[in-house]
Design a protein around this ligand. Structure first.
Ligand SMILES: [Zn+2]
Length: 279
């Protein structure tokens, strides 16, 4: 199968050097495989996504020298390339998961979840869900739409989810131990990141996923979704994260290390890429 990679930024702030390093690696891998690079705008969250950041991320990545063959600005056979315009694909996946008994409605309030939360796992964005609403899996068929509740994927407790990562080697996570039942559709009617990514990577025929090492555990969650939906599995390459001088991984709040700021300071693209960790 011909190589198809993707870069998938979210327009919730200016891209920083950490994103740039990951996207540069994705670009280099697509070039090395004589493949296609897809640019996908992950603007799912209507509260946090801004059109000005969507414009800025395209400009900044072009300035850096990254070129893509498909994307919101150039079109392509798998358009639209903005997640905010792909809702019908996510709804179809939601229905499939509902009908096959993989997901359940969760009515826990934020307060319930805060009270139940154990210490969040280091480096993971999602605290372990205690399974309070698991019994509601029988109620799932009654829902015509996902509206009004959180929808969670019921993970197979005790099952090891393993994959080979081209950068970090063999990876293995135990469902129900390393991560719990995760949200695939949010109460505010926004499809969750995990679901959208899995649906789009399948629809856009992505063969290798290149992204930051902070998403290694999410890959295990996504593999469960991929299997539940009967999709093909991809290859993975998780890049090392860029950290600031105190060892904290970069976030969009590190404005001084945004590509925009580096460019305004007079750095060339090559000098900016010189800040990336060695491969
Ligand atoms: Zn619940």
């Amino acid at each position: 199968m011909p190589y198809r990679g993707r870069i998938a930024p979210s327009p919730t702030g200016l891209l920083h050097i950490g994103h740039a390093c990951t996207f540069w690696t994705a670009y280099q891998r697509a070039l090395a495989h004589d493949g296609t690079l897809v640019f996908r705008n992950e603007d799912l969250d209507p509260q946090r996504s801004k059109a000005e950041f969507a414009t800025a991320m395209i400009e900044d990545l072009r300035w850096l020298g990254i070129r893509w063959q498909e994307g919101p600005d150039v079109g392509g056979p798998f358009a639209p390339y903005e997640q905010s315009r792909r809702r019908s694909f996510y709804l179809e996946a939601w229905r499939k998961l509902r009908d096959s008994g993989f997901i359940y409605p969760c009515r826990c309030s934020r307060k319930d979840l805060t009270l139940a939360a154990t210490a969040p796992n280091e480096g993971d964005d999602e605290p372990m869900y205690p399974g309070t609403c698991r019994h509601r899996i029988n109620e799932a068929p009654q829902y015509e739409s996902p509206l009004g509740v959180n929808w969670r994927f019921r993970v197979p407790d005790g099952e090891a989810i393993s994959f080979e990562d081209a950068r970090h080697g063999h990876q293995s996570y135990v469902a129900g131990d390393d991560f719990g039942d995760f949200v695939i559709w949010r109460r505010d009617d926004v499809p969750a990141y995990q679901l959208a990514v899995v649906v789009d990577d399948e629809a856009m025929r992505i063969t290798e996923v290149v992204r930051g090492a902070d998403l290694l555990k999410s890959t295990a969650r996504q593999l469960l979704l991929i299997r539940a939906l009967g999709h093909r599995e991809h290859s993975y390459y998780h890049c090392d994260l860029v950290r600031d001088e105190s060892g904290i991984r970069l976030a969009k709040r590190h404005d001084a290390l945004s590509l925009r700021a580096l460019r305004e300071q007079g750095l060339t693209p090559a000098q900016a890429l010189g800040l990336c960790p060695p491969e």
